[in-house]
Design a protein around this ligand. Sequence first.
Ligand code: COI
Length: 365
Amino acid sequence: MEASSGLTTTSESINHSDDGEKYANGVNWDELAFGITPTDSMYTMNCSDGNNFSQGHLIPYGNIELCPSAGILNYGQGLFEGLKATRTEDGRIMLFRPQENALRMKMGAERMCMPSPSVEQFVDAVKQTVLANKRWVPPPGKGSLYIRPLLMGSGSVLNLGPAPEYTLLIYVSPVGNSSPVGNYHKGRASLNLYVEDKLRRATPGGTGGIKSITNYAPVYQAQKQARAKGFSDVLYLDSVTGKNIEEISAANIFIVKDNVISTPALVHGTILPGVTRKSIMEIALDLGYQMEERLIPLEELLEADEAFCTGNSVTVNPIGAVTYDTKRVEYKTGEGTLSQKLYETLTGIQTGRLEDKKGWTLEVN
Ligand code: COI
């Protein structure tokens, strides 16, 4: 057995930093993009060889130290999650369905042969991190605090195999309301997507259905090529037939035809089970729409009335146009569209503007 040499930090443990100051100084809340602003604290919790995660704590936000042979650096044994904390008009701070992220992390950890925190540990860790960074939660309507939990093989391992030690690390950053899909444009501008016909995102039996860190850098090449041609992002086709639509680089896709909403089914393990995807499907059903989860041939997208994508960071983003080879199709966007209605309902619940009849929100103050 190789010696364990997990994550260490140079900082000491801290308690919640609640000095009474409501908002962090020096932040231009009106100009927030989807990017990193260093905050006060981050959360770390370790687990070694066959044990359970225990005794996590807050530490000052900063760089971490890892052994060069850490499992995550060498073999990509890692997962991440993404969720948000939002400030309501009356000053409460809300999380949206954090238990769903905890469950998805558990599912992914199993596939990646990693232990995972319990749902209670995950939710408690997220709450502690948000509370400790409360002054970084943007004012109502200006954005949210993006929360990034990372689960990683932090122990040293040279031979191919699971690391002997694991770390849950949670850091946060205030972000604006703009969508991070595309060129990180301001506002919720509609997307101009390119259908990628050669490079694939996921394969059946692979890891496309979990939030493995190894799923993300492989999309850069297609994204770079598409952006060089003026597109906002890439839509991927299934890797077996190349005929069905699957996902955008980091977002799920929906189409609308004659008021019927459809999204690719999760059955082949190539589509990420997005928390926003799941919530939008439930909201659509509650609003009385027909909602289908199924295989969606590319032709159907090219004949749809509307198309939109969903994700934690993009929320619900309309798709304005799709280009496949030389064919370009445009869709309805803006006022009166179904995606606008779904966006308003979802964000209404997230921000406390609409009553949360489903118990999806969790107050942290
Ligand atoms: C999220 O929506 O939280 C994501 O995972 C997107 C991120 C890759 C930018």
